[in-house]
Design a protein around this ligand. Structure first.
Ligand SMILES: Nc1ncnc2c1ncn2[C@@H]1O[C@H](COP(=O)(O)OP(=O)(O)OP(=O)(O)O)[C@@H](O)[C@H]1O
Length: 364
């Protein structure tokens, strides 16, 4: 089913609009405190937004508007302040899978998975039958008779996935489902999710770019309580328009205004690039380029036609066989040999150069 959600918590500075098309997986990415968990809890019904509207297809799960602050056309005419609709969590057809499996410790694995169907009124035998099917789907039927305490973290998360899916939810919410797992068990659970999420309407909160690439059709980047960027995963990672998406995609991004195929920043920086967008003069735009396209010098090379950006080294870190040199806003990859020749350390003044032909300029 298709999800449309607008959730507003003015006191938390959260005002998010999200849409997930039926059968697609949307990854929510963003820094800590951006509002991702607030969005999931609101959609699951664990948290009541001050105002907003949440629908699954035509069914309203939550609706409440405030005539004074909600300027959405029409909606506040029909609903006066204090009125609204609220479907409790268990009746939403929404399953939430958290970081920790949170299985019921006193029930067997089988009865943990049968719990949802039982609560929905299914007879015990049929509920157990369904639980067995789902345990089979997640390769966990061998643990059916165990108690949760006798499971490893990865095994418990498999069971939690089966428990969430056994309720046959219209919408699945995953809150960093792999973050509590060790590096050995995470890949297998990621593969399992890849299989079970296919054609299922899902929102996935993650900090891991690999999860977004392997599991999500679309990505929404949340910063400071707002969705700052949303689109197909491949587009967001190859043509990011937010600083956060650029960082996780491993790209440099300079934001400013368009002047021809150049971007100018309020600080006076000007980056020339190539653009296949029709950019209005002065329109918001970004210049995006890879750290591997950046040359690092101590002095600006004489007569160079390249873009030149001065900065102070903030950090040096290994990056594959190279070393990534960070300044406050940009990064460059150089060889260890170049690093030792330049004698770089945090605090060093450097000049970054990049050819215009390596810089993509597009509307932001
Ligand atoms: N119980 C609460 N009461 C008031 N404000 C809260 C509460 N929980 C979170 N907030 C605020 O709401 C905003 C969004 O927080 P939220 O936990 O949704 O972010 P997040 O993106 O999920 O972060 P993280 O990645 O750290 O989980 C933050 O400003 C946070 O301080």
């Amino acid at each position: 089913m298709k999800l449309d959600a607008r959730v507003r918590f003015p006191q938390r500075g959260v005002d998010l609009t999200l849409a997930v098309e039926a059968g697609r997986t949307l990854a929510l990415l963003g820094p800590n405190g951006a509002g991702k968990s607030t969005a999931l809890a609101s959609i699951a019904g664990l948290l009541r937004p001050d105002t907003g509207r949440i629908t699954l297809d035509d069914r309203i799960l939550y609706s409440h508007s405030d005539a004074h602050s909600d300027t959405d056309s029409g909606s506040f005419v029909a609903t006066r302040p204090g009125q609204g609709e609220w479907v409790p969590p268990h009746a939403r057809g929404v399953a939430l899978l958290a970081q920790e499996p949170r299985l019921f410790p006193h029930l067997s694995v089988l009865d943990n998975v049968a719990f949802g169907p039982r609560s929905a009124g299914m007879p015990r035998g049929a509920a157990r039958e369904r639980a067995r099917e789902w345990l089979g789907q997640v390769d966990a039927e061998a643990f059916a008779d165990r108690r949760p305490a006798a499971l490893s973290g990865g095994q418990a998360q498999r069971v939690a996935i089966a428990r969430a899916l056994a309720t046959e939810p219209h919408l699945l919410l995953l809150d960093e489902p792999l973050s509590a797992l060790d590096v050995e068990s995470a890949p297998a659970i990621r593969q399992l999710l890849r299989r079970v999420l296919r054609d299922r309407t899902t929102i996935l909160v993650t900090h891991d770019i690999l999860d977004a690439v392997l599991l999500a059709d679309d990505v929404a980047v949340v910063e400071d309580g707002r969705v700052v960027e949303q689109g197909p995963t491949s587009r967001v990672l190859t043509r990011p328009t937010s600083g956060f998406a650029a960082r996780i995609a491993g790209l440099n991004l300079v934001r400013g205004t368009a002047h021809g195929a150049a971007v100018s920043t309020p600080e006076g920086l000007r980056i020339e690039g190539l653009s296949d967008d029709t950019l209005g003069e002065g329109a918001p735009a970004v210049a995006v380029f890879s750290p591997s396209a950046v040359g690092v010098y101590l002095q600006a090379p004489a007569g160079s036609p390249r873009n030149v950006v001065r900065g102070t080294v903030t950090d040096l870190e290994p990056h594959g066989h190279q070393v990534r040199v960070h300044t406050a806003y940009l990064a460059a990859d150089i060889t260890p040999a170049a690093l030792s020749e330049l004698h770089l350390a945090p605090g060093s003044e450097v000049v970054f150069t990049v050819k215009a032909s390596e810089v993509a300029v597009y509307a932001a």
